[in-house]
Design a protein around this ligand. Structure first.
Ligand code: NAD
Ligand code: MG
Length: 381
């Protein structure tokens, strides 16, 4: 039985993870669950899955919840620091980090320090502090197993391969809902239009990131750290059907692709069952239903965010932490209807241009730059 600590249990990835765990009751169980804003949902999950501990990382409005959870025999811990203390002290085998944003960083570091394997959906952790995370993981002999579908695809393509045999990593991108729209349209984009993703049903922040292509930019940075390749070895290709989840080209010109229907339960299950596979009843891909799979070059002039991500990786140091934090603040502001869709890349570029980069991406420098970028963007808004 693999004991799972699931952070971000009430989100889109959290729910898919719960779905998988429910299908394999003799293989997986939850010992810890967390949520940030929906305490009712956390309570329902607690009744059903009876973890040992639950964390509510947001602000608790009514203290009676502590007693309500205790009546179920479950300890409720409150506040963002509780994620860190649970990651460092509670009993579990693997941390599934499904938190959105750089808020997932510190608890991931605590789990790695304890030698716990990480099934990582929270890409912002690697974008913000990839060097630190991978270094610590190596030191503690910890596997960072990606849940992000592209990185799970790459991970699967690389089983049995030597790092020196990789020529290129090819990340696929759906292109989002505005792939065919002219740039002039971006001024008018509404929140509702941007939240309407053609292939994937995801949390609000990543859905906006997919519409700006920042999601692919974050994934380029995530791939860079996870697979230890050079920046020039990472390519992005638009593939609107989202059937090929990503590819690896090897030095002998051979290419491996991982395919399937777009369903996050597949990479989540693989991250939990790795290095093996478990039979399931998820829908199968029928090739005869797809008479064409198409591919296009991404337009980095139209989708400025993708270019900014490549640039921040080239600059190094704390640039990616600034890119990520400025993006988070801009996306939440767009969702709150405080800024326009086309202002997102402008704010990020402005933050990157005004940031004094710290070449050494220590935790202190990363956290400082993250906070600086958030305040910078908030002031501009
Ligand atoms: P979501 O918004 O649906 O869920 C986020 C979860 O994190 C919720 O449980 C919420 O309570 C919790 N949370 C929010 N703010 C928090 C904070 N400050 N501190 C602690 N917890 C907090 O998001 P999602 O779509 O499930 O995405 C989660 C992560 O997985 C993101 O990093 C995203 O990029 C990544 N991801 C998601 C998908 C997908 O299909 N949804 C695919 C690939 C990667
Ligand atoms: Mg992805």
């Amino acid at each position: 039985m693999r004991k799972i600590c699931l952070f971000g249990a009430t989100g889109s990835i959290g729910k898919s993870c719960i779905d998988i765990v429910t299908q394999f009751p003799d293989k997986f169980s939850f010992t810890i669950l967390s949520a940030h804003s929906d305490i009712d949902a956390l309570f329902e999950l607690t009744k059903r899955y009876r973890p040992q501990t639950v964390v509510f990382s947001g602000v608790l409005e009514k203290s009676r919840w502590v007693t309500d959870f205790r009546a179920l025999g479950v300890e409720l811990l409150v506040g963002p620091n509780a994620l860190e203390s649970v990651a460092s002290e509670a009993e579990y085998d693997v941390l599934v980090n499904a938190i959105v944003g750089a808020a997932g960083l510190k608890s991931t570091l605590r789990a790695i320090e304890r030698g716990k394997n990480i099934a990582l959906a929270n890409k912002e952790t690697l974008v913000t502090a990839g060097e630190l995370v991978m270094h610590l993981a190596k030191e503690n002999n910890v596997a960072i197993i990606p849940i992000d579908s592209e990185h799970s695809a790459l991970w699967q393509c690389l089983v049995g391969e030597r790092p020196q045999d990789i020529e290129r990593i090819i990340l696929t991108a759906s292109g989002g809902p505005f792939r065919e729209k002219p740039k002039s349209f971006f001024r008018e984009v509404t929140v509702e239009q941007a939240l309407n993703h053609p292939n994937w049903d995801m949390g609000a922040k990543i859905t906006i990131d997919s519409a700006t292509l920042m999601n692919k930019g974050l994934e380029v940075i995530e791939a860079y750290w996870l697979f230890g390749v050079k920046l020039e070895q990472i390519a992005v290709v638009i593939h609107p059907q989202s059937i090929i989840h990503s590819m690896v080209e090897f030095v002998d010109s051979s290419i491996k692709a991982q395919m399937g229907l777009p369903d996050m339960r597949v990479p989540i299950q693989y991250a939990l069952s790795y290095p093996h596979r478990l039979p399931n009843k998820l829908p199968r891909l029928d090739f005869t239903k797809y008479n064409s799979l198409t591919f296009f070059e991404p337009d980095t002039i139209k989708f400025r965010c993708l270019q900014l991500a490549f640039d921040s990786l080239a600059v190094g140091g704390t640039a990616a932490a600034v890119l990520n934090a400025a993006n988070e603040e801009s996306v939440w502001a767009f969702l709150d209807k405080k800024i326009r869709f086309d202002q997102i890349p402008v704010l990020i570029e402005d933050a990157l241009a005004n940031h004094s980069n710290h070449k050494a991406a220590t935790l202190e420098n990363v956290l400082y730059s993250d906070q600086w970028a958030r305040e910078f963007v908030q002031r501009k808004i």
